[in-house]
Design a protein around this ligand. Sequence first.
Ligand SMILES: [Zn+2]
Length: 143
Amino acid sequence: MNISKEFEFDMAHLLDGHDGKCNNLHGHTYKLIVYLEGPLIKEGPKAGMIVDYGDIKKSVKKNVLSKIDHSFIYNLKNKTECEIAKILIKEDKKVYPMEGRTTAENIVKEIFSLLNTNIPELSRIILKESNSSSVEFWGLDYD
Ligand SMILES: [Zn+2]
């Protein structure tokens, strides 16, 4: 059995060097679906639950959304993106640095790692960059 909870947030980014329009600064309203699995709690106020939905919401807000929602997410290893971030930081705007290009594939891994240590029941997450594009990650990696 899996339970899931869905969240929405906005971020700006660019994929420097992309051979299409993603080379330009743009934004997405991302959807994040968090899946949890585990045994049902046996006793107490949360009996019959895997994890209280309210607790999932609190954890995702604290560990993910507070850091990335309405931020400029950028690749620490890219000079152009770091230059843009530098200006934003100077102007006291929200930025989120990560190692690697800010593709949906890399962002989903980043979000998984932010949640994994705080939600032991985490089984997988889905990140939707648009209504038709999504990526699913369950902790296994190919590199
Ligand atoms: Zn994009």
